[in-house]
Design a protein around this ligand. Structure first.
Ligand code: SAM
Length: 263
């Protein structure tokens, strides 16, 4: 497995018949040990449970998983401020315009789902096979729910791939209006729970080392703009000044316009 956490240990856990074959296939594909119960011996454990797939961190005693139906995302779908919220304005959502968005750092697919609920067709690219598996499982459960089924079925397409390779293979006619980019940022200060989630992601992925190349590539492939999500007071990525920025309470969206570059 190519995750950069190679010093950390990772295993697959499955204690039920329903998902055993799926767990076995994943463990086989990535040459990971398959256990039938959680263990303190491994730091990260991809658990194929009865209800969902989750990534458990034994040193933090916390799991992450993708859930479009309950919790924060469902709440945000209902009460999140609609097309007037900062992320919507940043990607170029306007009256009568729903830009086609490529999210090149899907993660737990939260930002992508918010944009999809607002009407943007979304393509998600995530290089980590583990996170892609969590998203895939979240999509499968979300397709069973009346509030998320249409959005996920029609506006959500996931690719487990390196986004630089993905973008470089796009034909001119396949280019998205907006490329959305949320690189890992180590000093994010958030609530205790989110902080733990960030820690799990950092254990899994290590440092994000290709942000600069991702931004440079994205600038060549977005028809209209590239949006980079940053903590409010973080420096610009690559020290590159955006055309404009839109702030929310804790986050800044730096907007790089590309339509002028298109010619
Ligand atoms: C901060 S997280 C994104 C969180 C996401 N915006 C969300 O709402 O859940 C950054 C993600 O980018 C992914 N990533 C980093 N470099 C990548 C690349 N070259 N191609 C695809 N994904 C990449 C990491 O694996 C990580 O999951």
């Amino acid at each position: 497995m190519s995750e950069s956490h190679s010093k950390k240990s990772l295993c697959v856990v499955c204690d039920n018949d329903i998902r055993y074959e799926q767990a076995q296939a994943f463990a086989g594909d990535y040459l990971l040990p398959l256990l039938n119960a959680k263990t303190p011996d491994y730091e990260l454990q991809l658990i194929f449970g009865n209800e969902r797939i989750e990534l458990y961190d034994s040193s933090l005693n916390t799991s992450i998983y993708v859930d479009f139906v309950h919790g924060t995302l469902a709440h945000r779908q209902q009460f999140g401020g609609g097309r007037g919220q900062a992320i919507a304005k940043a990607v170029g959502l306007k009256q009568g315009k729903n830009p086609i968005v490529l999210d090149i750092t899907a993660g737990l697919a939260r930002d992508a789902y918010i944009l999809a609920t607002l009407g943007c067709p979304l393509t998600l690219v995530e290089k980590s096979p583990i996170l892609s598996k969590l998203i895939e499982d979240g999509i499968a459960r979300g397709l069973e729910d009346e509030h998320s089924t249409e959005i996920l079925a029609e506006h959500f397409e996931l690719h487990n791939q390196d986004a630089i390779d993905f973008m470089k293979k796009l034909e001119k006619g396949q280019r998205p209006d907006t490329i959305y980019f949320d690189p890992m940022y180590p000093e994010r200060k958030k609530s205790a729970l989110v902080k733990k989630e960030m820690q799990i992601l950092q254990h899994l992925l290590g440092k994000d080392e290709n942000s600069g190349e991702l931004l440079e590539t994205a600038l060549n492939y977005a028809k209209d703009r590239v949006v980079v999500k940053r903590p409010l007071h973080a420096p610009f990525l690559l020290d590159k000044k955006p055309a404009t920025s839109i702030n929310s309470k804790k986050t800044r969206f730096d907007i790089y316009l590309t339509h002028r570059l298109e010619g």
